[in-house]
Write a protein that binds this ligand. Structure first.
Ligand SMILES: CC(C)(COP(=O)(O)OP(=O)(O)OC[C@H]1O[C@@H](n2cnc3c(N)ncnc32)[C@H](O)[C@@H]1OP(=O)(O)O)[C@@H](O)C(=O)NCCC(=O)NCCS
Length: 373
């Protein structure tokens, strides 16, 4: 193909994709000074103006001429706002990469640009599948990919490479016959308040309190799957894993906090939201910081999340029909939380709750139907 004459202009109501121009160089250079670009992409660091000159005037034109990489300038409000490219399409499968400048982020620009290039990949290049890759933790990129229909996300340990350093990577794909729409839920964590407590999303700054709560003797006794000893890094990993579980549609977790000091008092989650046979159920799990026990905090917290769980999805809830809660026989505090919230004891599984000493407790199964309340 000839550059720039043969570069197709792709456009929807708000975004235009077109060939890069020398006039874009300064904006491309400025955009690459953003810390998010350093963290989440493989651009050279420090990023010099000559890098932008080389990318826009040599690499991108060569990609079109040699049919190896198809990169478009993203234009918004008449100005260069980023770049999106398709590359490595041998055998009908290729990759997409993208970035937009900080000023236009969060307006859906990238999602629209991505749908435009996906249609181009499938309809004009004849590709069968497009691969998206991002370093683990790049939730803005993951959300764009999710919104444009990428699916089957997996984590590849050490799969990414940035300036000689290996990083864990997320990979997802979308196929030519797939709908370019989100697959599954990306749960949000609404703030819920009542009964003198607040429930909010877990934050990195909660790690110390999480560690204290999870290394407590009683927590360790009843939740025998917890790492022992429970280190600060375990707490940090737990907080990170909840964000991933929410984005994957698997679970929603809240920190129960003191509404005045914001100190974490406990944790409550609804998980198994993608149960293998019934997507209308969810399981409730929780633990409390030892210093906050005995004040009905968890009874109140569970009451708040029940209401959220039964609320329809189109009203911002989880659209559940049935909730399950399990407690080892003998864990009277946990049984009390279930019973105080109207759960029914529906049975006891024998020798189903592993203890650290190698023995098993019976496991009490409680449930609550939306029709119960
Ligand atoms: C990734 C990037 C291109 C997104 O561009 P954008 O125009 O803001 O994308 P959109 O507005 O279409 O969508 C972004 C979505 O992510 C959400 N988002 C942003 N940061 C987020 C975060 N940390 N966690 C969760 N969601 C986040 C936004 O709220 C928005 O979702 P919404 O429309 O449902 O509100 C932009 O952030 C960027 O250029 N980052 C640096 C480069 C980069 O990471 N490139 C990808 C490498 S794989």
């Amino acid at each position: 193909m000839r550059f720039p004459e043969d570069v197709p202009v792709l456009t929807d109501a708000d975004v235009t994709l077109r060939a890069h121009r020398p006039a874009d160089i300064d904006l491309a250079y400025a955009g690459c000074q953003d810390p998010a670009m350093a963290e989440w992409t493989t651009i050279p660091l420090p990023y010099l103006r000559e890098h932008a000159v080389d990318y826009l005037t040599v690499q991108i034109p060569d990609g079109w001429r040699n049919d190896t990489q198809y990169a478009w300038a993203i234009e918004v409000d008449g100005k260069y706002a980023g770049t999106v490219d398709l590359r490595d399409g041998q055998g009908g499968v290729g990759e997409v990469g993208f970035s937009v400048s900080p000023e236009v982020r969060g307006r859906g620009v990238m999602t629209r640009a991505l749908r435009l290039v996906l249609r181009y990949a499938f309809d004009r290049l004849g590709w069968d599948r497009v691969i998206w890759r991002a370093f683990v933790g790049n939730y803005a990129s993951r959300r764009v990919a999710w919104k444009a229909g990428f699916r089957g996300l997996v984590t590849v340990p050490g799969g990414g490479l940035a300036r000689g350093v290996r990083k864990d990577e997320w990979v997802a794909t979308v196929g030519r016959d797939d709908e370019l729409e989100p697959q599954g839920h990306w749960w949000t964590v609404p703030e819920l308040e009542g009964g003198g407590i607040r429930l909010r999303e877990l934050r990195d700054s909660d790690a110390q309190r999480v560690q204290e709560a999870c290394s407590d003797e009683r927590t360790q006794y009843w939740l025998s799957g917890m790492p022992a000893p429970y280190q600060l890094t375990d707490a940090e990993g737990f907080i990170r894993s909840r964000k991933h579980a929410q984005a994957s549609g698997d679970a929603v977790a809240w920190a129960a906090v003191d509404p005045v000091t914001d100190e974490l008092l406990g944790n409550v989650s609804i998980f198994d939201l993608q149960h293998r046979i019934d997507r209308t159920v969810g399981e409730i799990g929780y633990w409390m910081h030892p210093a906050a026990r005995g004040r009905k905090v968890m009874t109140t917290a569970v009451g708040l999340v029940i209401a959220h769980a039964f609320k329809p999805i189109d009203e911002g809830g989880l659209g559940r029909r049935r909730l399950v809660l399990m407690a080892a026989e003998g864990n009277t505090a946990s049984a009390h939380v279930a019973e105080a919230n109207g759960f029914t004891l529906v049975g006891t599984e024998r020798a189903a709750s592993p203890r650290r000493d190698g023995n098993y407790d019976n496991l009490r199964i409680y449930d609550l139907l939306a029709t119960d309340i």
